[in-house]
Design a protein around this ligand. Structure first.
Ligand SMILES: [Zn+2]
Length: 87
């Protein structure tokens, strides 16, 4: 895959919080692959594509489904998922 470029999000992508869409071009055939950066854990479980931030988002959903106290600290590069502060 070639270097990434920004693509314009579709209405569907925006509906699931993908305000950023990366586009990669195959060096062999020139085909472009879109990588919408979804911010909706239900959509992420469907697409099963992402980096640390997307997985942290899904992990937070799973924690909450188990009844555990968790919050998603999106846009934090070093550690997207953090334990909630102790009270
Ligand atoms: Zn190709």
């Amino acid at each position: 895959m070639g270097p990434k470029a920004a693509a314009t999000p579709t209405e569907e992508e925006l509906r699931y919080g993908a305000h950023r869409v990366e586009a990669y071009e195959c060096r062999s055939c020139g085909q472009t692959t879109r990588f919408p950066r979804y911010n909706h854990p239900g959509k992420l479980l469907e697409t099963r594509r992402g980096r640390c931030g997307e997985w942290a988002n899904c992990f937070t959903l799973c924690c909450r489904a188990m009844g555990w106290d968790a919050r998603y600290g999106g846009r934090i590069r070093a550690a997207a998922w953090r334990a909630p502060p102790r009270s």
